[in-house]
Design a protein around this ligand. Structure first.
Ligand SMILES: *Cc1c(COP(=O)(O)O)cnc(C)c1O
Length: 404
């Protein structure tokens, strides 16, 4: 098969819906934490496909799992189950608080399942008044209409007509505000155990424990959205483990598939039983190809070497970024947890995060932003130290160009 037309960035504006504004660079292959574009220019990847490529690009274990499964069976529908889905579910259950797994294809779908389950649980266990869902300002839970409304950014949820109802928001880390708004009519509290898109905000220990206690007091379900923090990102298999607070429902996606689309909603047997036969579903959820790749990713990440490595590599980033800051004075703080790192721009560079991203790209480094004032890094959990050092050197060149 040959293409008789150029496949460049201009084509995007011709044939794609304009909801994204991708960069001019079109990567065509990757290996580990290096990526090459159409002109064979090489980049170091500190973005990791937005916290998805937890084992970098084309990790041999994932490639082999995908190729093996590709020769066996691709899809069956949920009229039948399949071996990769069963194996992955068993491993998730054996390594978390959960007893039951529901597979989806993305973070938003996993959260949609969690919210629908919570509403159904409340209706069946406590009656029709218990419908309030509380979430947090600046939170992000996906782009389906229910999840985007639960997310705490009106810029994303406005403009689509009437929204799903009985959803309230309070500030993250404001326990008094949560307490004031909660009652026995609260069905669930949905929270990221570290706000990702909202700016790499960690919960205080008092806050996250307080959220758990308030949910217990009012018999509300605590839903942890670990779509971004899950599968090793923070140095624990799941972030809840590092916080010593156990949710009732947890969602996981992004790194779960290491680059193959998959998500999951996990919970206890008691709660799961309310998602009874026919109450919810997905054509692709639990797809054998996705589950085979995710099983390989889960096995590879869930080892002391990789998880401890996250904490060590995070320190290497923090030291490197602090050294850059000592020279150029651009950040107020470096925050986040594990390999989910935010460099917060100081008052001289307000609104300029995108400029840093663009300047880094020109030096051969892929980064992310979280809002207008934070440069975000979410690299592979197994990025070689040499690539961290080289990437930080490229980042320093970008910073030097922008520093006043
Ligand atoms: C990315 C993200 C989502 C949405 O996941 P999709 O796969 O894009 O649907 C939901 N919650 C959090 C915390 C995320 O970071």
């Amino acid at each position: 098969m040959t293409n008789h037309f150029p496949v460049g960035r201009e084509l995007f504006d011709d044939v794609m819906v304009p909801n994204y504004a991708p960069s001019a660079v079109i990567p065509v292959r990757g290996e580990g934490s290096r990526v090459w574009d159409q002109q064979d220019r090489e980049y170091i990847d500190f973005a990791g496909g937005i916290a998805v490529n937890c084992l970098g690009h084309c990790h041999p274990a994932l490639v082999s799992a995908l190729k093996d499964q590709a020769d066996k069976i691709w899809h069956l529908s949920n009229v039948m189950t399949n071996e990769p889905a069963l194996r992955l579910a068993k491993k998730i259950v054996d390594n978390t608080f959960a007893d039951k797994v529901y597979f989806a294809n993305s973070g938003a779908e996993s959260n949609e399942a969690a919210l629908k389950l919570a509403r159904r649980w409340a209706l069946e266990v406590h009656g029709s008044d218990k419908t309030q869902i509380i979430a947090f300002n600046q939170g992000f839970h996906g782009r389906t209409f229910f999840t985007v409304t639960v997310g705490g950014q009106e810029a994303y949820s406005d403009g689509f007509g009437p929204k799903p109802g009985d959803i309230d928001h309070v500030d993250y880390n404001d326990l008094a505000a949560l307490k004031a708004i909660m009652s026995d009519k609260t069905c669930a509290v949905m929270i990221e155990p570290l706000q990702g898109e909202g700016g790499l905000i960690s919960p205080t220990q008092d806050f996250i424990q307080g959220v758990r206690d308030l949910c217990d007091e009012h018999k509300a379900l605590l839903i942890f959205d670990e779509v971004q923090t899950g599968v090793g990102r923070t140095g624990d298999l799941y972030a809840y483990m590092g916080l010593n607070v156990v949710p009732d429902i947890l969602t996981t996606a992004k790194a779960l598939g290491g680059g193959f689309p998959i998500g999951a909603m996990i919970t206890t047997t008691e709660i799961a039983k309310h998602l009874k036969l026919g109450s919810h579903g997905s054509t692709y959820g639990g797809n054998p190809l996705a589950c085979a790749v995710a099983e390989a990713a889960f096995d590879t990440v869930n080892t002391p070497e990789v998880l401890n490595g996250v904490t060590e590599k995070a320190q290497r980033y923090i030291d490197g970024l602090n050294a850059i800051n000592t020279k150029y004075n651009v950040f107020t703080e470096i925050r986040g947890k594990g390999l989910l790192i935010g460099a917060v721009l100081n008052e001289n560079y307000q609104g300029k995060a995108k400029d840093f991203l663009v300047a880094a790209m020109a030096e051969g480094l892929m980064t992310l932003i979280a809002g207008a004032n934070i440069i975000r890094f979410a690299p592979s959990l197994v990025i070689p130290n040499a690539d961290i050092d080289e990437g930080l050197a490229r980042f320093e060149k970008a910073v030097a160009k922008l520093a006043k």
